[in-house]
Design a protein around this ligand. Structure first.
Ligand SMILES: Nc1ncnc2c1ncn2[C@@H]1O[C@H](COP(=O)(O)OP(=O)(O)OP(=O)(O)O)[C@@H](O)[C@H]1O
Length: 284
């Protein structure tokens, strides 16, 4: 299990302070607006930045103290390429062989063939889609126990995006103890992959929920002022004033459907929840 406890990182005008876990066998999606702190969380997990305070541990060991074998349990995708840009995919294979004890060359070649990844082109000359495929294949082919993925599908067309999502699904299906922490702006990626979503805003986690529960039990209530005054508010998570009265988020859709048949109740999506909590202009 990945355990992030009181992780703090300060930049001018920005303070990160988060605690969460990614249990074995689960997929957790970290969502939020531009500049909310998603990449900072993932970089701290990957030791790409020094944290100011807090703990980040995997199966009980601080990530800063992981052995070479322990480090190999992580597979990363970050926006910046992890291999030198002059390298081809074949050069990358040589690098991975010397870096990872558990690297599988045959799996790399199989996935590269399946995704039609050119093997002899320098990384800098690959299309965005092929670069994303290469990064994902690198993360997947050394038998990692957890993937930490920073926007693995950013800028990809719908076909490549689907291919990447399928690779991730195959990775999970091969071993039920594997887990993924993923950031994305594409909520449909999460709907198909994530067991749980966490919403970060201004460096703090302001909402965490199981995706099943969002689909099954969440709803937006559209209430007139009079309805809002009279409705039982114990299952309302948040209400925003609107032109027509109030828009309110509940995690007990059936309670309001049964008791207030006159109230307009709309199904929510992950995007609705982001907009509801942090809607408006971007931080930056
Ligand atoms: N090296 C740095 N120096 C100073 N400020 C930084 C640095 N890295 C990040 N920040 C700031 O920290 C905040 C969080 O940035 P971060 O990249 O984690 O956001 P994000 O949620 O990943 O955004 P996006 O969705 O745009 O990638 C932003 O205000 C950003 O400007």
């Amino acid at each position: 299990m990945l355990n992030v406890k009181d992780l703090k990182k300060n930049y001018p005008g920005f303070k990160l302070d988060v605690s969460f876990q990614v249990p074995e066998g689960s997929v957790v999606g970290l969502i939020g607006r531009n500049g909310a702190g998603k990449s900072t969380v993932l970089k701290a997990i990957g030791n790409l930045i020094e944290r100011d305070a807090g703990e980040v541990s995997f199966d009980g060991t601080d990530v800063k103290k992981l052995s070479t074998d322990g480090k190999e349990q992580f597979g990363y995708v970050f926006p910046d390429s992890t291999v030198p840009e002059k390298f081809t995919a074949l050069d990358t294979v040589k690098l991975l062989k010397s870096t990872f004890k558990h690297f599988s060359e045959s799996q790399f070649m199989d996935l590269a063939a399946k995704l039609k990844l050119p093997l002899d082109k320098a990384v800098k000359d690959l299309s965005t889609g092929n670069q994303a495929k290469l990064k994902t294949i690198i993360a997947l082919t050394h038998n990692a126990k957890i993937l930490v993925l920073d926007e693995p599908t950013a800028g990809l067309d719908v076909v490549v995006r689907q291919q990447i999502i399928e690779l991730l699904q195959d990775y999970l299906d091969a071993d039920e103890t594997r887990s993924i922490l993923i950031t994305t702006h594409i909520s449909s990626d999460l709907a198909s992959l994530a067991d749980r979503v966490m919403l970060i805003d201004d460096g703090k986690l302001i909402f965490k929920e199981d995706t099943d529960k969002i689909v099954d039990s969440y709803a937006l209530l559209k209430l007139t002022e009079a309805q809002y005054d009279n409705v039982d508010k114990q299952y309302l998570l948040k209400a925003n004033k609107t032109d027509f009265g109030y828009s309110a988020l509940t995690d007990q859709r059936s309670f309001y459907a049964e008791n207030y048949p006159e109230v307009v109740i709309e199904q929510t999506s992950i995007d609705d929840i982001i907009l509801f909590f942090v809607g408006g202009i971007d931080h930056e």
